[in-house]
Write a protein that binds this ligand. Structure first.
Ligand code: ZN
Length: 340
């Protein structure tokens, strides 16, 4: 197909350039102060815990009640994304769910329908008995996959109660740049895998404010915003996409931080969507930062500068892989970024 050929050529050029650049870039190593501690022992039943599985796949659990964002575990390689059709990889899904001891899910909420969010969403929702929450496009992935569970289609501004969680949905544009122009639009009918990665059209982009146990946790997984979108919606913790943060022009990058971090009065920022999503997950290996298609190093420099601002210091830290983090404890123990 002409479209796919153009897309493949563009990404091949981006990859070649990015590969050359990343070969000379030093590896980013966060110091211990910016690694959130995993809680040890059994998962407590009276605390809101979060577990991170790369990109923006995050599990929230509160005793036996759990919800998840995206559920993306297959992580096909660049060669598969460009030149082959992709499909959920059952073995990788099984392994990640097992390594993370993921319980049954009440709901699985999808950010948008690109493959790095939605590829496995219906499969995981089916396996874990979850209601699938997402756009019409995400629903069409589910129908194509033969999903037999419930679907809640969203447009933004909905408040959904799934006891004990209250979930508020926000709609805003996807981050600009990179291959985004090639992946716009909607999935208009059931999409059955295997399918080329360019079939996974965006279909609308969402963030989720999840409230439980007195904590307000915002998952904002694409580097863009609408001014004022979080007015009257404060959050204690923001899981913030830094995927395209390094490439945004300086003014937009600053405004992104202001809208999503400062205007929500977040006490703790957790960077997400920074890892190379073409590498498989491995519980024993740290995630690799992505130089392509993201500028991870520039993104992290910006996070540090913004978080250290004298008048509005904000604490930030990375999640460990797979292991549960007690979010309230992370907020309580996290000093502002520049504190000794
Ligand atoms: Zn995307």
């Amino acid at each position: 197909m002409k479209f796919d050929r153009h897309f493949s050529r563009l990404v091949a050029i981006v990859l070649a350039l990015g590969g050359a650049l990343s070969a000379c870039a030093p590896a980013y190593e966060p110091d211990g102060r910016h690694q959130l501690p995993a809680s040890s022992g059994p998962v407590p039943t009276d605390r809101l815990m979060a577990q991170f599985f790369g990109v923006s796949t995050i599990l929230f659990r509160d005793g036996t009640k759990a919800v998840m964002i995206d559920g993306f575990f297959s992580r096909p390689e660049w060669g598969e994304l460009l030149f082959h059709k992709i499909a959920p990889k059952q073995e990788r899904i099984d392994k990640a769910l097992q390594d993370g001891q993921v319980p049954d899910l009440l709901a699985l909420m999808v950010i948008h329908s690109h493959h790095d969010h939605a590829l496995d969403s219906a499969r995981v929702a089916q396996m874990k008995g979850a209601v699938l929450i997402g756009s019409e496009s995400t629903a069409n992935i589910a129908w194509g996959e033969g999903f037999g569970g419930g679907v809640i289609t969203i447009r933004g501004r909905e408040t959904i109660s799934i006891d004990p969680y209250t979930i508020t949905v926000f709609s805003f544009p996807h981050s600009p740049g990179g291959v985004e122009p090639f992946l716009r639009g909607e999935i208009k009918e059931g999409l059955k895998s295997p399918a080329h990665s360019t079939k996974y059209r965006e279909g609308g982009n969402f963030s989720y404010l999840i409230e439980d146990r007195g904590l307000r946790v915002l998952v904002h997984a694409s580097a863009n915003f609408i001014p004022g979108m979080y007015a009257n919606h404060p959050a204690d913790v923001v899981f913030l996409s830094i995927g395209q943060l390094g490439q945004l022009n300086p003014r937009m990058a600053k405004e992104y931080w202001t809208e999503v971090v400062e205007r929500t009065y977040a006490k703790l920022v957790i960077p997400i969507h920074w890892d190379d999503f073409t590498n498989p997950l491995d519980a024993d290996k740290p995630l690799t930062p992505a130089s392509v298609p993201f500028d991870f190093h520039n993104a992290m420099e910006r996070v540090q500068v913004y978080a250290d601002k004298a008048d509005k210091k904000v604490c930030w830290g990375f999640m460990p892989l797979f292991k549960p983090v007690d979010l309230q404890a992370a907020v309580d123990n996290c000093p502002p970024s520049s504190s000794p």
